[in-house]
Design a protein. Structure first.
Ligand SMILES: *Cc1c(COP(=O)(O)O)cnc(C)c1O
Length: 365
């Protein structure tokens, strides 16, 4: 028995979800998004399992360097690009492909003499999100700089990002897409716009390159469709164990603040996971877990290292050391827990920290 939280990562499920991307966008190349340690699953392991990806995307330079040092050979796009001459040089040294989204980055390009040119570069186009990117009217100047710079070889692509693709049929999606289409028609350049939600719901946006993130990890990008509805398989099963059992009488309070009180004789279990592992404190008095194939409630406040669960429905046969599933079970998806925590699966997955051991397997275990 290991008395700690473990994220069991199923690399076969990851591959299954990647094949879903290929089915949905058969004519596009796939840039698998593995930023933030592959949404908490481990970037190197995810990259190795997603070997059929045509490219990878990370958010930060350091994330790209880590993958290169681990021997990943595909193009690696750095979505946030670079901010200094040193970072630009590092991108070149490690054959990374920074996105150019701001005029300050073009100035770096003009003021640095790279000893190796960058390739597979992308220009971010502002189409409605107002986060990163060049407005349409600045595109021609920006592309001119990329074209004449000896620091860049090969074709540059046009990238943009949806602000509302999780809302199927929202007119703002089509508006954003129309702006990018105008640009790609004008400059005859490849495009990349579709994230997971758009891969499912807006085929017209697939373009040359799709950029799946959350769907690869087997969670749903939509609040009203489950991963199962979308034929995605959960990649992470998060487990821990019962470390203590308490028998309570009516009126006994549990945990900090006594936020939960027994209204009759009952039994609760203490589970070794808490906000110190990245398990959301928002789940206080509202979350659920699976024990012995039964869904039971999280009671009281989440502590740093522990949570408390109600064992009333399973009390007879629960023992110290028994496994508890926090999410990733057929009966309890990370999306359901995210709703209980008033957030999205992305956040719960990314928040799991290094205190949670990752164990990798292929298929059932
Ligand atoms: C994170 C990210 C993605 C992936 O989005 P999902 O919703 O996880 O599929 C795609 N493109 C950009 C620019 C991103 O930042």
């Amino acid at each position: 028995m290991q008395s700690q939280a473990i994220a069991h990562i199923d690399l076969a499920a990851l591959k299954h979800n990647f094949l879903r991307v290929k089915q949905l966008a058969p004519n596009s190349r796939v840039m698998s998004v593995i930023k933030a340690r592959a949404y908490g699953h481990g970037a190197i392991q995810a990259a190795e399992a997603l070997v059929d990806s045509d490219a990878f995307a990370v958010a930060r330079l350091e994330e790209g360097i880590e993958l290169r040092l681990a021997g990943i050979v595909q193009p690696i796009v750095v979505l946030e690009g670079v901010m200094t001459n040193e970072e630009l040089q590092a991108a070149a040294d490690y054959s990374l492909s920074p996105v150019f989204h701001h005029v300050s980055q073009l100035e770096l390009l003009l003021s640095t003499d790279l000893n190796k040119a960058l390739s597979f570069c992308w220009l971010m186009v502002e189409t409605g999100m107002h986060r990163l990117g060049f407005p349409q009217e600045q595109l021609s100047d920006a592309l001119e700089i990329l074209n004449i710079s000896p620091n860049i070889i090969g074709e540059v692509g046009l990238m943009s990002h949806f602000a509302n693709s999780d809302i199927i049929g929202d007119p703002r999606n089509q508006q954003q897409l129309d702006v990018l289409k105008q640009c790609s028609d004008a400059y005859k350049l490849p495009t990349s716009m579709a994230n997971s939600a758009a891969i499912f719901s807006l085929a017209e946006s697939h373009g040359g390159w799709v950029r799946p993130g959350i769907m690869l990890y087997g969670a749903s990008p939509f609040s009203d469709q489950t991963a199962d509805d979308l034929d995605l398989k959960p990649v992470m099963r998060l487990t821990s164990v019962i470390t203590a059992i308490q028998d309570l009488k009516a009126g006994d309070e549990v945990g900090y603040g006594g936020d939960w009180q027994a209204n009759q004789r009952c039994r609760v279990g203490i589970v070794s996971i808490g906000y110190g592992d990245g398990y959301s404190r928002q789940l206080s008095n509202t979350g659920a877990v699976i024990i012995h194939n039964t869904k039971v409630a999280v009671v009281g406040r989440i502590s740093m290292d522990m949570i408390i669960i109600d064992l009333s429905d399973v009390a007879a046969n629960v023992d110290i050391g028994d496994e508890v599933i926090l999410w990733g079970d057929a009966q309890l998806s990370v999306d359901e827990i995210a709703q209980q925590a008033n957030t999205i699966s992305y956040e719960l997955l990314c928040h799991l920290n290094e205190r949670v051991k990752r164990i990798y397997h292929y298929g059932e275990n």
